[in-house]
Design a protein around this ligand. Structure first.
Ligand code: ATP
Ligand code: MG
Length: 330
C-alpha cells in the first residue's frame, strides 16, 4: 500500500511530496497540470519503467540532468522504501538502501494495476500489445514465466538469424536441429501457461462483466497457431517438424507463441470490430478488474491506478466500479 511519494525534477514537477490514504485518493486539477505524470511515477514504482515512454530522458524535467523519485509503501505491513534516480543514459533503483539491478531482485514489490485511456490497446492494438499484456500478468503471477519467455525469444532470434544467413540447406538443417529442441520445450510451456491463464481469466472476466454491464456475456478466446486440443508438446513437435521446409523457404519461424493472440467477444460479436466506445472502455475495465482480482489472490495489497476512468462510463458502471474498489487502495 502506497504511503508517500516524493518527486524531484520528474516531468513537470520540480518538487512534489504527496501522502496517500489507504483507500480512496483523488487528484483533481486542470488539464496539463501533471495528474497523469503522478500516475506514471507511481506506475514506475511498481514496474520500474514508464507506461508512456521507453526513453528515460523524457521523465527528467526539461533543463535538468537527472530526476529523483522516492516512495514509501507497505508490503504485508512491512515498510519499504524505493528510490529511483533517472539519468538520460540509465536509471538506478534502490530498495531499502540496497541496489536493485533487475526486476528479479525486486522482492516485496509494490503491486499496482493501471487503467488509463491507452489501455484500449489490449483490445484494439496490434497482437504484440495483447501478448505483452497477458505476459505482464502471468509474469507477476509466476515469475519463472519471464525466464521461459526470455529463453524462448533468444532461441527464436538465433533461429531466425540462421534461417536468413545460411545458404546451404544441409548445414542449415543441422543448425536448426540444434535450436529446435529448446524452442519446442519453451514454446510448448509458454502456450500451456497462456492457455491455463486465459481459462482462469475468462471465468473471472465473465462474472465481473455480467454485473458491470447489465448482463452482457464476455468471452475471451486464446489464439495460437499450434493445435492445443490434445497433448500440446506432442502437437507442437509434430507440426513444427513438418513445417521446417516452409520456414526455410520463408526464412523465418512461422509456428509458435510469438504469433499468439486473443480475441474478446461480447455475446458472439468481436469487440475489436463492433463495440461502441463506451463498451470498449467497459470491456477493458472488466479485464483490468480481473487482473486486479488475480493479483490479489497472491498479494493482499494491490493498488489500483485510475486515470480519467470515468469518462465514457454510464452512471451504473461508475457505481459498480466505486463499489468494487471500496476496500482497496485506489
Ligand atoms: P490532462 O487533464 O490533460 O490529462 P494531466 O494533468 O494529466 O492533463 P500530464 O499529462 O500529467 O497532465 O502533464 C502534462 C504536462 O507535463 C504537459 O504540459 C507537458 O508539457 C509536461 N511535461 C511532460 N514531460 C515533461 C518534462 N520532461 N519536463 C517538463 N514538463 C513536462
Ligand atoms: Mg492526464
Amino acid at each position: 500500500m502506497l504511503k508517500s511519494l516524493k518527486l524531484v525534477n520528474y516531468r513537470s514537477f520540480s518538487k512534489l511530496y504527496l501522502k496517500f490514504h489507504p483507500r480512496k485518493n483523488i487528484i483533481l486539477a486542470n488539464n496539463a497540470k501533471g495528474k497523469s505524470n503522478v500516475i506514471e511515477a507511481i506506475y514506475l514504482l511498481s514496474f520500474l519503467k514508464s507506461f508512456r515512454t521507453e526513453r528515460n530522458a523524457e521523465l527528467i524535467k526539461f533543463g535538468n540532468s537527472f530526476s529523483y523519485t522516492s516512495f514509501e509503501y507497505t508490503y504485508n505491513d512491512i515498510l519499504n522504501r524505493v528510490e529511483i534516480t533517472i539519468e538520460p543514459k540509465g536509471k538506478l533503483v534502490k530498495q531499502n538502501e540496497k541496489l536493485i539491478k533487475s526486476n528479479k531482485e525486486y522482492n516485496q514489490r509494490f503491486e499496482a494495476v493501471l487503467f488509463e485511456p491507452f489501455d484500449l490497446n489490449i483490445i484494439k492494438g496490434a497482437p504484440a500489445a495483447r501478448r505483452k499484456y497477458i505476459d505482464s500478468i502471468i509474469t507477476r503471477l509466476s515469475p519463472s514465466y519471464r525466464d521461459e519467455l526470455l529463453a524462448y525469444n533468444k532461441v527464436l532470434m538465433n533461429r531466425n538469424k540462421a534461417l536468413k544467413i545460411y545458404k546451404d540447406k544441409a548445414s542449415l538443417k543441422a543448425v536448426l536441429k540444434s535450436y529446435d529442441t529448446e524452442l519446442i520445450k519453451y514454446g510448448a510451456s509458454l502456450i500451456e501457461k497462456r492457455k491455463t491463464f486465459i481459462e482462469n481469466f475468462q471465468n473471472i472476466c465473465a462474472s465481473i462483466h455480467k454485473d458491470l454491464a447489465d448482463g452482457e456475456e464476455f468471452r475471451i478466446e486464446y489464439k495460437t497457431n499450434i493445435d492445443i486440443m490434445g497433448d500440446i508438446k506432442e502437437a507442437y513437435k509434430n507440426e513444427f517438424t513438418a513445417n521446417i521446409d516452409k520456414d526455410i523457404e520463408r526464412k523465418t519461424t512461422y509456428l509458435g507463441p510469438h504469433r499468439d493472440d486473443y480475441i474478446v467477444y461480447i455475446a458472439d460479436d468481436e469487440v475489436k470490430k463492433f463495440a461502441s466506445q463506451g463498451q470498449l472502455r467497459t470491456v477493458t475495465l472488466t479485464m483490468k478488474l480481473a487482473e486486479l482480482k488475480m493479483l490479489k489472490s497472491f498479494q493482499k495489497d494491490v493498488t489500483l491506478l485510475l486515470d480519467d476512468v470515468f469518462s465514457e462510463l454510464d452512471k451504473s458502471r461508475k457505481k459498480y466500479l466505486l463499489d468494487y474498489v471500496k476496500d482497496m487502495q485506489v
